[in-house]
Ligand binder design. Structure first.
Ligand code: TRP
Ligand code: ZN
Length: 470
């Protein structure tokens, strides 16, 4: 889903004869040759992932998940999209899994596999601007991605269920998608699990229905969401619901091995942080907040939209909750256009973490966080890698997280608190539910502050080496 669309939603079946160049009977526009959509978004950090030729508006996941059995997942994902070119065929990202049926507009479509892809050839070409639905029926045991640079991500088994932590491109390990944050869409989830297990996803729970020894959970995310932020977490959970004093509905769930105090501390931290960040960063961007704590064998939390995922121990740490919930503004609502701009997510979330630390313990200042890192003069992971160009190797490295946060602190010291927070609020307002780039951030900072910040951004974001004056 792109922020501005003016395209009419109609399916215009394009007769193959329209491709006959110079045919007098077809209007010029329709005569354009339908061509395959690009097989990659062209993002060097995740080569291969993402596709061109269409723009997804909505994903509807109707999945039966039996974590301990084979197949672990079976069902249909239905995608509603708009063609951005005349399409003879198009690719979806999908790793492994057995595809048994693909329809386009309800009509059976030809499909084949390429590495990480499902190639779909609709019965008739799709006209540019045409809206279409593609339904993919599949089953299998999704496999986590094991990457020597990015770690393990995607579909991750837990003791009693499964956890999906998909950053940057693990979503297509369990559902066919245009797996790049540039193409955000709304989501519906209908997840059927064995009785006794709970399925938690993004947005709001719209209903629970029981049938025999299975339970179906229906969740809806009504705001645009990047694929890596989509989450289904299945397990035996304790659940607590409510509303923040600021009026945001809350849904938190923790693995049953975690005690009531753990559930309550996640709930309290989530409520406090959600309302505090809304005061500082601008209105909360989504229709609910929350979190899930599970026993996944990963080492990180993830800012899944409306409902971050944590591992035990982390959810009890208010600074981690402060980090993940700050991503709801920085990363989830305002999303990267390309992964190389990751500091727009992690630099901002690290800075939020430092600010929460200072609120909790006034002696633990943001300035001291900056100073302790600035004094590490011989730290190549901080100084040899520019935060705005980490490549795949340093995507989750200290330059993106810590030097990114230091860049924001340098900006704050230069422009003053009032202008700094005005910049952050303008950023979340102007790119709400959209995508943005580093260049757009630096331009916005200059405009809102009315100051020349080119040198500061050059040395902090783009240059190698430890900045000495700015
Ligand atoms: N974005 C996460 C954070 O807020 C870290 C992370 C990177 C992650 N890759 C992941 C989490 C894969 C889960 C899965 O710091
Ligand atoms: Zn983060």
């Amino acid at each position: 889903m792109r922020a501005r669309r003016t395209v009419a939603s109609v399916l215009l079946p394009l007769a193959l004869t329209a491709c006959t160049a110079g045919s007098a009977r077809v209007p010029a526009q329709q005569a354009a040759h339908a061509a395959p959509g690009a097989a990659s978004a062209g993002d060097s950090v995740v080569p291969g992932s993402g596709n061109g030729g269409y723009d997804v508006q909505h994903y509807d996941l109707d999945l039966k998940i039996t974590p301990q059995a084979h197949p672990a997942v079976a069902g249909t994902t239905t995608i509603t999209a708009t063609a951005t070119q005349a399409l003879s065929r198009f690719d979806l990202d999908l790793a492994g899994l057995d595809v048994t049926k693909v329809t386009v507009g309800g009509v059976s479509a030809t499909h084949s596999r390429a590495p990480g892809k499902l190639v779909v050839t609709p019965p008739k070409p799709i006209a540019r601007g045409g809206s279409f639905t593609v339904a993919v029926t599949y089953s299998g045991n999704p496999k986590a991605v094991d990457d020597h640079l990015l770690g393990t991500y995607g579909w991750i088994r837990t003791g009693d269920g499964v956890f999906t932590g998909d950053e940057p491109d693990g979503a297509h390990s369990w559902f066919p998608s245009n797996d790049h944050p540039m193409d955000k869409a709304t989501f519906g989830f209908r997840v059927t699990v064995p009785r006794g297990l709970t399925a938690v996803a993004n947005g709001e729970l719209a209903g629970t229905t029981e049938s025999g020894d299975a339970v179906t959970y229906t969740w809806r995310e009504r705001d645009p969401m990047a694929t890596y932020l989509a989450m289904v977490d299945v397990g035996r959970f304790k659940v607590r619901q409510g509303r923040t004093p600021g009026g945001v509905p809350v849904y938190v769930a923790v693995d049953s091995s975690i005690d009531q105090a753990g559930l309550d501390s996640l709930y309290d931290n989530t409520v406090k942080v959600t309302d505090a960040w809304a005061k500082l960063f601008g209105p909360y961007p989504f229709t609910s907040t929350g979190g899930v704590v599970d026993d996944a064998p990963v080492r990180f939390a993830l800012e899944t939209q409306t409902r971050p995922e944590y591992i035990a121990g982390m959810a009890a740490l208010p600074t981690v909750v402060a980090h993940e919930l700050s991503h709801q503004w920085f990363g989830d609502s305002v999303s990267v256009t390309r992964w190389g701009d990751m500091w727009l997510n992690e630099g901002f979330a690290t800075y939020a973490e430092w600010m929460w630390g200072e609120r909790e313990n006034p002696a633990d200042t943001v300035q001291s966080q900056f100073d302790s890192r600035y004094s590490q003069t011989r730290s190549p992971d901080l100084w040899n890698i520019p935060p705005a160009a980490p490549g795949r190797t340093a995507l989750f490295g200290r330059s993106v997280y810590d030097r990114g946060a230091m860049a924001l602190h340098a900006l704050r010291k230069k422009v003053g608190d009032q202008r700094f927070f005005a910049i952050l609020r303008a950023w979340t307002a102007e790119h709400r539910h959209g995508n943005a780039t580093t260049a757009q951030f630096t331009a916005l900072a200059q405009r809102v502050s009315g100051m020349d910040l080119r040198h500061l951004f050059q040395v902090w974001l783009y240059d190698r080496g430890r900045p000495v004056n700015w």
